[in-house]
Design a protein around this ligand. Structure first.
Ligand code: ACO
Length: 333
């Protein structure tokens, strides 16, 4: 739906953190029965990053958050609210957002986590912008951060080739009239809760072995079903958000979908009649980083000059829940 004709809210700074360790398809060939060729052809992924043993999700979230604040020219003390979108929090509780608050010294901020699978960042944009639109807060720090390498069963070739670790962050604030978030569409279908899940939370704290090891501790996914859902929902939700923003498909300058699988991205681009140069893709470098995928892609697209002030960007997420969401933003930087 249209975001409302109140205070215009947009992204005023972005930041990312990518763990240094690179795990290539060739490395994975040594772990499970798979091939580089299969992974490239079926997913588009060539390599992914893996968090170091001494770090947790909050540590990579902090690094992305600091970069976003610096790029926005905003001090930690000015932040009113921190939201961390994640499905791999450090602990069952407290919220990873509270650990981020402590580490960046944002002592005036409220803090909580948001769980909406790979759609977490888009849900977070909707929630965070409402606080500013109502006048309750001026500055919201939204982070998408995941260490799913610690949720994966490294003996399961169906899932272990797909995911990677990363963090991306944005600062939300009032922007010029006519700019910022123009529309948001969110959805959920809990009847698909079983298709992608981790039934029991493992501790993600560095240096721990997790609480116990059973099948329920690991991420499981019905890949084919999630694929079918994704191909349908990405194009559909993007179109709704474009329409809600009062725009047409050909008004879109940059399309940033959740980076899960190149075939899902290509199918959505086709549905939206978008040429390749308007579609941002980095799945080959990082794999599926869940809630971090869209903010990481957004940061890289901006850095590479693929998004300029006044251009219209479409973000689309989908994932566990099942959940989905899209947003159209008129870029304000
Ligand atoms: N290497 C080699 N073969 C494999 C591998 C592998 N890594 N993984 C699966 N296979 C095999 C399967 O066992 C199957 O063999 P079988 O036919 O003998 O049983 C065969 O390949 C085909 O399996 P499919 O599931 O049909 O393969 P598909 O082409 O659908 O690709 C994939 C699988 C990549 C998982 C795809 O279904 C997909 O991308 N699904 C969506 C995943 C996704 O986006 N999830 C994230 C949502 S976001 C979130 O919230 C975390």
């Amino acid at each position: 739906m249209p975001i409302g004709n109140t205070i215009p809210v947009g992204i005023v700074g972005t930041g990312i953190y990518l763990p240094e360790k690179v795990l290539t398809n060739a490395d994975i060939e040594k772990i499970v029965d798979t091939t580089d060729e299969w992974i490239r052809n079926r997913t588009g992924i060539q390599e992914r990053r893996i968090i170091s043993d001494d770090m947790a999700t909050s540590d990579i979230a902090v690094r992305a958050a600091k970069m976003a604040l610096q790029n926005a020219g905003v001090s930690a003390g000015e932040v009113d609210l921190i939201m961390v979108a994640t499905i791999s929090p450090d602990m069952f509780f407290p919220a990873t957002a509270c650990l981020v608050q402590k580490d960046i010294g944002a002592w005036n901020a409220a803090a909580f986590d948001l769980s909406a699978g790979c759609t977490g960042f888009v849900y977070g944009l909707a929630v965070g912008s409402q606080f500013i639109k109502t006048g309750m807060y001026k500055t919201v720090l939204l982070v998408g951060a995941e260490s799913l390498s610690r949720s994966i069963n490294w003996e399961d070739r169906n899932t272990c080739v797909l995911f990677g670790d990363a963090a991306g962050a944005v600062v939300l604030r009032q922007v010029e009239d006519g700019f910022g978030i123009l529309s948001v569409e969110l959805g959920a279908d809990g009847s698909g809760h079983d298709l992608l899940k981790q039934a029991v939370q493992r501790t993600q704290a560095p240096g721990t072995e997790g609480n116990c090891r059973s099948a329920e501790n690991y991420l499981t996914m019905a890949g084919r079903e999630v694929f079918k859902f994704a191909v349908k929902i990405v194009g559909e939700t993007a179109l709704k958000a474009i329409e809600s923003a009062g725009l047409q498909k050909n008004d879109i300058d940059c399309f940033i979908p959740h980076q899960a699988n190149i075939r899902i991205i290509d199918a959505a681009a086709k549905r939206l009649d978008l040429p390749k140069d308007k579609v941002f893709v980095n799945v080959q470098k990082y794999g599926n980083t869940s809630a971090a995928s869209i903010p990481v892609a957004l940061h890289e697209a901006f850095l590479e000059g693929k998004i300029k002030k006044g251009e219209k960007v479409v973000l689309v997420g989908f994932g566990a829940g099942l959940t989905w969401g899209a947003s159209v933003i008129k870029w304000a930087l």
